[in-house]
Ligand binder design. Structure first.
Ligand code: GDP
Length: 335
């Protein structure tokens, strides 16, 4: 029997948390996996490629800039992927005025160039866009689902809602098989240090190891709908396996406070969080009254998606991974 040629998938943002889990999942499913990386990642592989180092020999990496339509088009045309996952974005929700221009430019142009490159260069390719719960912003309804109106309150949220509309329009106007995942916060040991979950897990590990003594945080009462990134990348893949493209909320449906995350993390190593956590007003954010909690019923019903890793297990896995990293003093891997 002739050998079946593997399906080809292309991932932008393959060096990030979601990109690395998705790449692992697709390699396991037998895909030929391609990734776009920035030139700086190739030049500095130790810090920028640590999340995919263990599978690097099974990936096809291309240097392409999201700001350059010709480079995206040419590479996509050459690869002819069957599925394209556009995950790359400026992902930290910053509230500073100076960052707004970069976030909007990079994220909005990025998705536009990708959609157009796929349509022109590989029109049969299925397309996934990573939208975000930040598009809901100041919500009028809890929990939110696919019918909830958007009211983004950060440059990141605005860029993601523009990307969502653009993806929907390529689907409706040009017939592209394009879907959006409206993903709520998803964490893992590969989360960047700028996010509160990883900040907590890394500090808890270092406090336990006697390397530091305190953890400074902002609003302990802020809450999030936190899931595990490895569960969420499976949802992305499921969306592209459907005959009909569509948009889906992916969430756990439960929120926890920053304080609950701390308690669970410190408990896991046998310490009392109250003895180590200090409040620092520098980490407070303006305008945080909204409750982002997602209703993933549609994804469960249509895609058969389900969350496998719960909150306690997520926190424990993150703390355990950081304990291992910091006891080795493996700074590059801990970034
Ligand atoms: P995102 O804002 O949902 O993208 O995720 P983050 O992990 O950055 O923040 C989650 C929540 O934790 C927000 O409501 C923050 O106000 C709160 N938070 C409290 N202390 C901190 C801190 O020290 N760092 C960060 N990043 N967030 C904090």
């Amino acid at each position: 029997m002739p050998k079946k040629t593997p399906k080809k998938a292309l991932i932008t943002g393959i060096t990030g948390q979601d990109g690395s889990y998705l790449a692992e999942w697709l390699v396991e499913q037998g895909y030929e996996v391609h990734g776009f990386v920035r030139r700086v990642a190739i030049e500095d592989p130790d810090t920028r490629m640590h999340r995919i180092r263990h599978i690097a020999d099974r990936l096809h990496l291309h240097t392409a800039s999201l700001g350059s339509y010709p480079s995206l088009y040419k590479t996509i045309h050459r690869i002819q992927p069957d599925e394209c996952y556009h995950l790359a974005a400026e992902s930290f929700v910053s509230y500073s005025f100076e960052d707004e221009f970069t976030t909007i430019n990079t994220n909005v142009n990025g998705v536009h160039y990708m959609l157009s490159s796929v349509l022109e260069g590989a029109p049969d390719c299925r397309f996934y866009f990573a939208a975000s719960s930040e598009i809901f912003g100041r919500v009028t309804q809890v929990p939110q689902d696919e019918t909830t109106p958007f009211h983004p309150r950060s440059a990141y949220g605005i860029s993601k809602s523009a990307g969502y509309e653009m993806t929907r329009n390529y689907r409706e106007a040009y017939g592209l098989h394009a879907s959006c995942g409206i993903l709520y916060n998803h964490e893992s040991p590969r989360r960047g240090m700028e996010f509160v979950t990883r900040k907590i897990s890394s500090h808890v590990a270092r406090i336990k190891l006697g390397q530091i003594d305190t953890l400074q945080l902002g609003n302990l009462h802020a809450h999030r709908d936190w899931g595990h990134a490895s569960d969420y990348v499976r949802a992305m893949w499921l969306m592209l396996q459907q005959d009909t493209p569509d948009d889906y909320v992916i969430a756990t449906g439960q929120t926890h406070t920053v304080q609950a995350f701390c308690e669970t993390a410190f408990d896991h190593v046998g310490l009392d969080w109250r003895e180590h956590v200090k409040i620092d007003s520098r980490f407070y954010r303006p305008a945080e009254e909204h409750v982002l909690r997602g209703d993933a019923s549609k994804a469960k019903r249509v895609l058969g998606w389900e969350q496998r890793i719960g909150f306690d297990e997520l926190v424990r896995e993150m703390v355990e991974a950081d304990l291992k990293r910091y006891s080795r003093h493996d700074v590059a891997a801990a970034v």
